[in-house]
Design a protein around this ligand. Structure first.
Ligand code: ADP
Ligand code: ADP
Length: 230
């Protein structure tokens, strides 16, 4: 029941930065995973490997037991199954209105227009942005943009949802809203992976934690194992 497996993955950026230095991890279906680490630890680089945006220089990624295939068609399928909510919503939003932004992904999946729009409505309800639907994304607050970006990912109904620093830059009220949403998604059976440098968040939320530093896993375990075994 491992939905994602990472085997000895190395990744070096073109400028020579070794961002991942042999990462191995297993993620089970339906888990709430926190990847805990300081800035520059390699969290984002790891996430870009999960849905095939980056390809390991060495090692392998498996999704549902199959080694990721980097041909175009297979990658589209992978990205339908694994959605990423980036830290900066501005990097993910580029349409004229909220609805157009949310609909961009689903309309590209080959669903009927009717089906795609129904998924968008549902996603906008879950993220509480229905009232913003015809607004230009440009004028929204940071927290609103964040929810539009999340809705766009949810509307594609991925099995795995990755949130890069989901709480960064949010006020306490919005943090609580995102927390509730994560809870709801988990109850729906989604596999959730978040990155954070917030130890309390990881401890309180996750089923299983990977502590990452300089592109390697320093330790891993349940919150109890990680924090009580010192
Ligand atoms: P090995 O195959 O070398 O024994 P594993 O990675 O399979 O190492 O697992 C080491 C331990 O961590 C095992 O007890 C395994 O059940 C546990 N483990 C690994 N990944 C997870 C995970 N995502 N959730 C829960 N337990 C995990
Ligand atoms: P985190 O998400 O944990 O902050 P990153 O994966 O963003 O870590 O970064 C890991 C390492 O890779 C850092 O040393 C960072 O400076 C470097 N890095 C990230 N993106 C790039 C890039 N596009 N080009 C070169 N180096 C990068």
């Amino acid at each position: 029941q491992n939905i994602i497996e990472v085997h000895k993955v190395l990744y070096t950026y073109s400028d020579g930065t070794n961002a991942l230095n042999g990462i191995t991890m297993k993620i089970q279906e339906g888990q709430k995973i926190a990847v805990l680490g300081a800035n520059g630890a390699g969290k984002s680089t790891l996430f870009l490997h999960f849905n095939g945006i980056l390809r390991p220089k060495r090692g392998q990624i498996l999704f549902q037991g199959n080694v990721v295939d980097y041909r175009h068609r297979s990658l589209l399928e992978l990205r339908k199954n694994i959605g990423i909510v980036f830290q900066d919503p501005d990097s993910q939003l580029f349409s004229a209105s909220v609805l157009q932004d949310v609909a961009f992904g689903p309309l590209n999946l080959g669903w009927s227009r009717e089906m795609a729009l129904a998924k968008c409505e549902q996603a906008m309800q879950e993220t509480e942005i229905e009232d913003l639907k015809n607004k230009p994304t440009h004028f929204l607050s940071y927290g609103q943009k964040k929810r539009v970006a999340i809705a766009g990912v949810l509307a594609m109904e991925p099995q795995v949802i990755i949130f890069d620093e989901p709480m960064a830059g949010l006020d306490p009220q919005m943090t609580q809203k995102i927390m509730n949403l994560l809870q709801k998604l988990s109850q729906q059976g989604k596999t959730l992976i978040i990155s954070t440098h917030d130890v309390d968040l990881a401890y309180g939320w996750a089923d299983y934690i990977f502590l990452i530093k300089d592109g390697t896993i320093l330790s891993e375990g349940t919150p109890g194992e990680i924090f009580l075994s010192k």
